[in-house]
Design a protein around this ligand. Structure first.
Ligand SMILES: NC(=O)c1ccc[n+]([C@@H]2O[C@H](COP(=O)([O-])OP(=O)(O)OC[C@H]3O[C@@H](n4cnc5c(N)ncnc54)[C@H](OP(=O)(O)O)[C@@H]3O)[C@@H](O)[C@H]2O)c1
Length: 265
């Protein structure tokens, strides 16, 4: 096959959880630009549909659907609806995250811990379980989990300076767990034609000034990143299409860092 043709996703059906969020948008755009039909799913179905409409306006195939990862019935309803509408799910991108209930250890409550786990651990497991059942039946599938630099190294607390910002314990716990989850799924279902990989991005740059302001943290973060900047809007797109497509047909159980070198030293 021609090298560039290996990256095409024509005819594939992709589900992206949290696809209207910061990283979700370029992930959905990348998959749609490569030819996939993209289902953008989260609790705010209107925001998902608006994101899908934006892609559809440019001639791409996308639709928004409702999904609450904290509700097993909602997960099953989404999977049933996608399979009913499009016949199959080829690609699942576990991108959604809740930061609800996250805190430093001394401020963590049992309720907060369990609430975050309900979405980031139990929801991740339930949607993957539901989608893998269909992938096993069709004999193929591709799962891509969105991790973080916080799942490859521990938090570098001095980067926050005196801003009062922090990296919660639960976030690091969930993102490290996601790498193990990735390897388990990859190893267990490889012979059934299912691949599973992780992309671990660094801090998302677009809109950072509006979201948190330019401060000691943003300056320190750029200073500690070998490429000297936050992740840009296009920076995750190539990695996403690579792992979602036949270009990575012999790659599974991998954790691909897209972090400007943050974890390279
Ligand atoms: N932002 C960064 O700098 C950064 C850095 C490294 C890694 N990451 C990773 O990138 C991924 C996306 O993060 P982000 O920063 O782009 O997040 P974000 O903009 O906060 O978006 C999170 C998404 O998750 C969805 N979500 C939350 N709870 C949900 C639930 N119960 N059911 C279904 N969907 C739910 C939200 O949609 P609704 O509210 O509509 O449900 C939203 O679309 C995460 O896995 C994160 O760990 C982000």
């Amino acid at each position: 096959m021609h090298t560039l043709d290996m990256f095409r996703l024509d005819g594939r059906v992709a589900v992206v959880t949290g696809g209207a969020g910061l990283y979700g948008r370029p992930i959905c755009r990348a998959l749609a630009e490569a030819g996939a039909t993209v289902v953008i799913a989260s609790r705010d179905a209107a925001a998902c549909q608006a994101a899908a409409d934006g892609l559809a306006c440019e001639g791409m195939s996308a639709v928004g659907m409702s999904l609450d990862l904290g509700d097993e019935a909602s997960i099953r309803a989404l999977v049933d609806r996608v399979v009913g509408d499009f016949g199959r799910i080829d690609i699942l991108v576990n991108n959604a995250v809740t930061r609800h209930g996250m805190a430093d250890l001394d401020k963590l409550t049992r309720e907060g811990w369990e609430e975050a786990q309900r979405i980031n651990a139990t929801g991740l497991m339930l949607i993957t379980q539901a989608v893998v059942a269909g992938m096993l039946a069709q004999g193929s599938g591709n799962i891509i989990n969105i991790g973080s630099i916080q799942g490859a190294v521990g938090p570098h607390f001095p980067v926050y300076g005196s801003t009062g910002m922090t990296s919660p314990l639960n976030y690091t716990y969930d993102k490290w767990a996601m790498v193990g989850f990735t390897k388990w799924v990859a190893n267990r279902y490889g012979r059934e034609g299912i691949r599973c990989n992780c992309i671990s991005p660094g801090g998302y740059g677009p809109g950072v000034a509006e979201r948190i302001g330019e401060n000691e943290f943003t300056e320190n973060y750029r200073g500690l990143t070998p490429l000297g900047r936050f992740c840009g809007e296009d920076d995750i797109k190539g990695a996403m299409v690579y792992l979602a497509s036949n270009a990575s047909a012999y790659v599974t159980g991998h954790n691909l860092m897209v972090d400007g070198g943050w974890t390279s030293w």
